[in-house]
Design a protein around this ligand. Structure first.
Ligand SMILES: [Zn+2]
Length: 283
């Protein structure tokens, strides 16, 4: 019995040391992109008008940009991201790619000036059918921001999930949106965010055929050069009142928390394991 007890203690000790080691690795290495990948931050609206799950208050957005600035994070361009994903070039320390989905007018009114103040730039994914509509960006705003270093990507023509179209429909959504953005900005558009994050093998194939180099989803995680370039994770910051503490935690541990999110989703998928999923946090 005594022998069993000391054996048990030995194993327990080993597990504790291992867990502490992994934690320290993630914590202290979490800002080294070689070890833990590049976080692609995903925002939607930045305004004081609405209180939806997509909306972040400008003051909260500013606090986050200030934190990034004060802690030596650097926003990277599409070109830098592309070089990293092809395994070429080197990034500045603590790189982040800042992205916005849907093309809300508040990206121009609030997010862009705040980012500019801290020396950051980012990518806005536009929906063609909503351009110039109330609450959304105009092409003049897009051109002005584009000339000043902001970048753009496609969020398709209609914003309907690409998985809901047949192959011809998918092609149209992909090709026409790409051509429109390129005509308006005078710059190549090879980044796309899939509406609702939905895609399948056919969508990925057509995305590549249409000339896009990168496709982003709404799955949580960071991106590594060896990831599928048409199934790229992001770090979501659009669930309404994300506290500053939560922002910092999610930014630092996004490589780690992705594992929990994926495990949660995996268990939530099957009837039998659904109750288990409730016990797995989604940080
Ligand atoms: Zn969207």
């Amino acid at each position: 019995m005594k022998k069993f007890f000391s054996w048990f203690l030995g194993i327990l000790f080993t597990v504790i040391v291992l867990v502490a080691g992994i934690f320290a690795y993630w914590y202290f290495g979490s800002t080294n992109y070689h070890l833990t990948g590049v976080p692609v931050l995903n925002y939607h609206q930045v305004n004081n008008r609405y209180e939806t799950c997509l909306t972040m208050k400008p003051e909260n957005f500013e606090a986050q940009m200030k934190y990034l600035h004060d802690n030596d994070y650097h926003s990277i361009t599409q070109e830098q991201f592309d070089a990293y994903m092809r395994g070429e070039g080197s990034l500045p320390d603590r790189p982040v790619l800042i992205t916005f989905d849907d093309g809300y007018v508040d990206n121009y009114e609030f997010a862009y000036p705040i980012m500019k103040k801290y020396g950051f730039r980012g990518t806005i994914f536009l929906i063609m059918n909503l351009m110039e509509k109330p609450g959304y960006l105009t092409w003049n705003m897009v051109k002005e921001m584009s000339d000043d270093g902001m970048e753009f990507g496609s969020h398709t023509i209609s914003h309907k999930p690409l998985t809901s179209f047949d192959r011809d429909g998918v092609r149209k959504e992909l090709q026409e949106s790409k051509a429109m953005i390129e005509a308006r900005t005078g710059k190549v558009c090879n980044f796309i965010a899939f509406p609702e994050g939905k895609f399948n093998a056919m969508v990925m194939e057509e995305t590549k055929n249409a000339g896009y180099d990168y496709g982003f989803t709404v799955e949580t995680g960071r991106d590594f050069p060896w990831d599928d370039h048409y199934d790229l994770d992001r770090v979501p910051f659009f669930e309404g009142p994300v506290s500053f503490k939560h922002f910092r935690f999610r930014l630092t541990f996004s490589a780690f928390s992705a594992l929990l999110w994926k495990t949660h989703a995996y268990f939530a998928n099957m009837e039998m394991t659904k109750p288990l999923a409730e016990h797995i946090p989604q940080p």
